[in-house]
Design a protein around this ligand. Structure first.
Ligand SMILES: Cc1cc2nc3c(=O)[nH]c(=O)nc-3n(C[C@H](O)[C@H](O)[C@H](O)COP(=O)(O)OP(=O)(O)OC[C@H]3O[C@@H](n4cnc5c(N)ncnc54)[C@H](O)[C@@H]3O)c2cc1C
Length: 430
């Protein structure tokens, strides 16, 4: 069952909130909770403020294998292994002509259990992460809408939050102090917007229409949990097919905003049907299935903030930056930035240094990894570039591509792939 409405019985809606903490984290998505859990384990007092009640719906279900080390560090591997989340061994691409390309099986490249990952229904997955954080000592409070970040000159010193008190919903506005404030508010990017440091990429201004279907055609055996990315005829959009538990599949279609939503009054359903007609393989898979949620629409503009940290504050996950969903990089980047930030904050407390330099010491390695994804995404959207032809010419680069598809991006030796690809850029989306 896909959870689309916030829970009425959220375990964290009445959590008492104190006056001050070592760290306040805004947002209980994968980035915020990862950071908070690791800080709590290191003995820091941490408050996570989440405006929704949990479990709450969220798009973004496909994990990459390189989330394994984070799940292990969080102590969640066994839970994941015992969960009903479908196992994902590969990603497969379907060309605009309907040709199914050879799947990338991650365990053929690295024969280790970490090469298998999962497709996760986010409501349950994010709740599991939050419950684990609480077990490790973090304080999570839901129904807590952060309305301001408090500064002393340029140093963040706290948060102003509207707390909903229980089911009756009476509200109380509180100011809570902290030594370090971590913004993990996802695409709301609370602090980056407030500080006017968010820059978007004119080449990746995409939008998506998506929904969930029950009883769609699924592959069997090892391929049952594969992510399939299908180009539509004309390559103006692409579909994702992500198999979830309970025979449910997440299906979405992404293209440039101006192509997907030309302002002709089409409904999301009409837009989805228009693109489905250009993708016979997806049509075949879902034509006899039952749509189980309404169509949802999102703008997935690629953006990032100019810096990851300032005095007493840090930006992680989508609150720092978001890149196009085609390679399912979001949770991996949320996990990685949550870990990097937690380590920098712990060290900062030890050294009594909560400067921008200390808190953002992971900036360069993280941004380089994020940029590898982005350059691969440019290749995906560039009309005259074909990865098939590229790997025929440069077979030695295939492994680097697999590294990125697995999320192994925080290492230096991927640069040669992009040297060979050259300056591949898609047309502007504006
Ligand atoms: C169309 C689409 C498809 C995607 N597909 C994938 C995929 O297949 N795989 C993948 O890995 N990623 C995918 N992503 C990306 C993924 O969803 C995100 O990258 C990921 O959720 C980021 O985690 P986060 O913790 O940074 O933010 P979020 O998960 O968005 O969490 C942020 C939290 O902050 C809370 N919040 C916001 N503002 C406030 C406030 N003022 N006060 C208190 N709380 C606040 C929100 O309620 C939310 O719970 C996709 C994204 C899109 C748009």
């Amino acid at each position: 069952m896909i959870t689309t409405k916030p829970s009425e019985s959220c375990p964290f809606q009445k959590t008492p909130v104190g006056q001050s903490y070592d760290v306040i984290v805004l947002g209980a998505g994968p980035a915020g909770v990862t950071c908070a859990t690791l800080l709590a384990e290191a003995g820091k007092s941490v408050l996570v403020l989440e405006r929704e009640l949990m479990p709450r719906f969220h798009v973004g279900e496909s994990l990459l294998p390189k989330t394994y080390p984070t799940l292990k560090r969080l102590g969640l591997l066994e839970k994941m292994k015992q969960s009903a989340f479908p196992k994902k061994y590969s990603v497969q691409f379907v060309t605009e002509m309907g040709k199914l390309t050879q799947p990338f099986y991650f365990d053929e490249y690295i024969p280790h259990e970490s090469s298998q990952t999962w497709q996760v229904e986010r409501a349950g997955f994010d709740l599991m992460l939050a419950e684990n954080g609480v077990q490790k000592g973090a304080v999570v409070r839901t129904g807590a809408h952060v309305i301001d970040v408090l500064f002393d000159k340029d140093r963040a010193i706290g948060a102003k939050v509207k707390l909903k008190n229980g089911q009756a919903g009476e509200e109380e506005v509180r100011e809570i102090a902290c030594e370090v404030l971590v913004d993990a508010t996802g695409q709301s990017a609370f602090l980056a917007n407030r500080l006017k440091m968010r820059e978007s990429d004119p080449l990746l201004q995409k939008g998506t229409v998506w929904s969930y279907f029950e009883g769609a055609i699924r592959d069997e055996g090892k391929d049952e949990g594969a992510t399939i990315i299908m180009q539509t005829k004309g390559k103006k959009s692409w579909f994702w097919y992500i198999p979830l538990s309970d025979d449910t599949v997440s299906v979405g279609c992404t293209g440039s905003m101006k192509y997907m939503f030309p302002g002709d009054g089409s409904t999301p359903e009409q837009i989805f049907e228009r693109e489905l007609a250009k993708c016979p393989e997806m049509k075949r898979r879902i034509e006899n299935s039952k749509q189980v949620t309404e169509f949802k629409v999102t703008k997935d503009f690629t953006y990032r903030a100019k810096q990851t940290a300032g005095p007493g504050w840090v930006l992680i996950g989508d609150a720092f930056g978001f890149i196009d969903p085609v390679y399912s990089s979001g949770i991996l980047l949320a996990f990685a930035s949550g870990e990097f930030a937690a380590d920098a904050i712990i060290e900062g407390f030890e050294k009594n240094d909560l400067s921008a330099k200390q808190l953002g010491k992971w900036n360069d390695v993280f941004v380089t990894g994020l940029t590898y994804f982005k350059r691969l995404i440019y290749g995906f959207y560039a009309p005259d570039f074909s990865f098939g032809s590229f790997f025929k010419k440069y077979p030695e680069c295939r492994n680097q591509m697999i590294d990125i598809l697995m999320g192994d991006v925080f290492k230096p030796d991927l640069e040669t792939l992009f040297e060979k690809m050259g300056d591949v850029v898609p047309p502007s989306d504006i």
